[in-house]
Design a protein around this ligand. Sequence first.
Ligand code: KMH
Ligand code: ZN
Length: 309
Amino acid sequence: MSRKIIITCAVTGSVHTPSMSAHLPITPDQIAEQAIEAAEAGAAILHLHARDPKGGRPSFDPAVYREFLPRIHAATDAVINITTGGSVLMTIEQRLSAAFDVSPEMASCNMGSINFAFHTMLDKVEETKYDWEREYVERTRANIFRNTFADIEDLLARLGRAHDTRFEFECYDVGHLYNLKYFVDRGLLKGPLFLQFVMGILGGIGPDPENLFHMKRIADKLFGDSYQWSVLGAGRHQMPLAMQAALMGGNVRVGLEDALSIGPGRLATSNAEQVRMIRGVLESLGLEIATPGDVRDMLSLKGRQQVRL
Ligand code: KMH
Ligand code: ZN
């Protein structure tokens, strides 16, 4: 039997702003429509953030999440994965509020504090659509994306153990693998683990192919064969790193949260376009695409009936 590969689609995120691409979903309708289309195209996991419908700022408001999550839940079988990273301007409690409200099958868990900077992203945009955009990206120059050991321990207890939510463990550098091992050794989380190697963020590990080999080598050493892994390459590194991951036995994450383009100089017109592109590549390599049901088995998820939607 051929290996089944998980496609995660990260639909909108909090890095990009509306002026960077007209195709970035902002309103609840747009987020729901693009997420549903991405699931139909083959994404088994949908990683979701919310945005203020007026102006597109990242939002933590559970009420805004509730304007699109029930529609996605009703229209697809996809595993809903809610961010706990939120955005650079949110407090830790704000970042967690939607996940506590919805009790999802999966949520992100960021494995360490880093400089997470994207202050150059609007350099080539002459005029922004909204006032907040320039100040927002500029603030990331001095920002620390906070995920201390205490923060992570709290998240594992209050969401992992209390809600039986499993995590997409986002590892932005090799040290984050050791941080995860610290929690595994203390029995603070349940397997099977799902690691997301995040590559190409300014402040994290670079998007070089040899870094992916190294991350994988160290993860093998720390976790043996008791983990699943995936790669998220930022910007133009998205597709090349996804292809490398697939060839190395890993899973892939695409979506407009991480990259707005679909090729040199060409904006993706939707999340589904990226999903269809990587799916075509994977199938041409003889790989089978995991269904949401496969993912529930592979990651021992609690099931969609347990989600409060
Ligand atoms: N956009 C990714 C690089 C989260 O949502 O928790 C970071 C991310 C964090 O996905
Ligand atoms: Zn995210």
